[in-house]
Design a protein around this ligand. Sequence first.
Ligand SMILES: NC(=O)c1ccc[n+]([C@@H]2O[C@H](COP(=O)([O-])OP(=O)(O)OC[C@H]3O[C@@H](n4cnc5c(N)ncnc54)[C@H](O)[C@@H]3O)[C@@H](O)[C@H]2O)c1
Length: 277
Amino acid sequence: MSKKLAIITGAASGLGLALTKHLLSQNWRVCMADTNATIGDQLASELGDDVLFIPTDVSIYSQQANLFAKAFEFGGQRLDFAALNAGIDDKQSLYSTKEELDERGGPKELNLVTLKVDLDAVVQGIWLFKYYARRNADKKGGKIVITSSAAGLYPMDTNPLYTAAKHALVGLTRACGPRFMAEDSITVNCICPAFVPTGLCPPHVLHLFPKEHITPMSTVLRAHDTFLADDTMSGKVVELSLDQLYYREQPDWANDSQRWLGTESKSLWDEAYLSGS
Ligand SMILES: NC(=O)c1ccc[n+]([C@@H]2O[C@H](COP(=O)([O-])OP(=O)(O)OC[C@H]3O[C@@H](n4cnc5c(N)ncnc54)[C@H](O)[C@@H]3O)[C@@H](O)[C@H]2O)c1
């Protein structure tokens, strides 16, 4: 049987690169995607024949679609896993006091690229994965692990847009995970790492960071291994801190009415959305 094929976005650095090397050591083929083509090409040639690097800005749909098409071909008509991992922090501060005006004399539009990369691109990644996973030659279905963040569970006031996107990924995982597993044999889970030293952190901050609050890369890889080894978990959110994995459940229902709406009103919604699918 051919080797398993993974797509990893944001693979030229940090978590994505560590996961690439980890999967290669376990006999996978990996399609690495990143905007950094210089490093990506260099890494691909160093890492050998089981790696294909596709320069990709995941926030541009046509580029991500090209990535999935090329990866499926590279895998010999198979796609087993996507780590939807690329992410960036806030690129313009919501709190900025610098006032740039547009032609009408009002404030210029805020730069929302963080939402495009950290949220929109992940949704499109799931959309593309579903298409190819249904066409897998051997076994239909596959696995998706989304990289959210501890900022998907707790607010990070310095990065409100990053916080919003990462919280949204938690909701997205919980909403679609169980259903994709039931309908397409696709598991969708997400990881919420605490602080892991990578390129995301400015070097001068890295230098100052107390060692006792650093989560090692081994915890991130263990979480991926756990989701890759399991066909029954989907819609799960795991917080990664230090050497521990903490499975985080959705909040308790506030009262019986909320529980009914969340669990038993499904048939009403199914009927309401029937014509729109
Ligand atoms: N490092 C941490 O402490 C930490 C904690 C929680 C969550 N995360 C998340 O982990 C993920 C990976 O981050 P990292 O820490 O490895 O950072 P990193 O900066 O080391 O790596 C991110 C990679 O993504 C690439 N990238 C950025 N925008 C892209 C785009 N539009 N399309 C494709 N590639 C793009 C970058 O070029 C880079 O190679 C991110 O989603 C981040 O939010 C990181």
